[in-house]
Ligand binder design. Structure first.
Ligand code: CMP
Length: 154
């Protein structure tokens, strides 16, 4: 099937807790490919656009304060059904509802500091990837990557 692309943010709490590599490794071990990756200090304008759907909610200003408070890791991941697959690996928004084995279920206890953001559908993924990455920052792999990754030199 045609692979999907999705946006994942390791939010400032994940970076501060030195969990960015561990979280990235989970996605790699599952078999997703990194097609974009950067450390970003987000400004308020980008944060407001990213979280526009939450404008007016009681936690909105605090969410903006938090997401702009320190560097985060933005990544674009690619693979079959990547959007749903990543969401299932991240777990429920509220960590006490996140199943053990998910990222939030294993590492988070507070909704406001739930470590990771992941796009929730195809439209959101397209919008968010365009918001966080320039087209030139999203890379393609050679068509035969599976062969040379699985059997180098063969
Ligand atoms: P995220 O997946 O990044 O999308 C919106 C974020 O808002 C969510 O994760 C939480 O971190 C945050 N959030 C959602 N609900 C609340 C809440 N009730 N109080 C504080 N933060 C919240």
């Amino acid at each position: 099937m045609t692979p999907e692309r999705t946006l994942v943010l390791v939010k400032p709490d994940g970076v501060q807790r030195l969990l960015a590599g561990r979280i990235l490794a989970r996605f790699e071990e599952r078999g997703l490919r990194i097609v974009g990756l950067k450390l970003v200090q987000v400004d308020r304008a980008l944060a407001e656009r990213h979280y526009a759907v939450h404008r007016g909610k009681p936690f909105f200003e605090g969410l903006l304060d938090f997401i702009t408070s320190a560097p985060l890791v933005a990544m674009a991941l690619e693979g079959p059904n990547a959007i749903a697959l990543v969401r299932s690996m991240v777990g429920a928004t509220r960590p006490h509802e996140a199943a053990p084995g998910t990222i939030r279920g294993d590492y988070a206890v507070e909704t406001a500091q739930n470590l990771v953001h992941a796009s929730d559908g195809p439209e959101t993924a397209a919008e968010e990837l365009a918001l966080w990455f320039e087209p030139s920052e999203l890379l393609d792999y050679p068509r035969d990557i599976d062969r040379w990754v699985l059997a180098p030199g063969s």
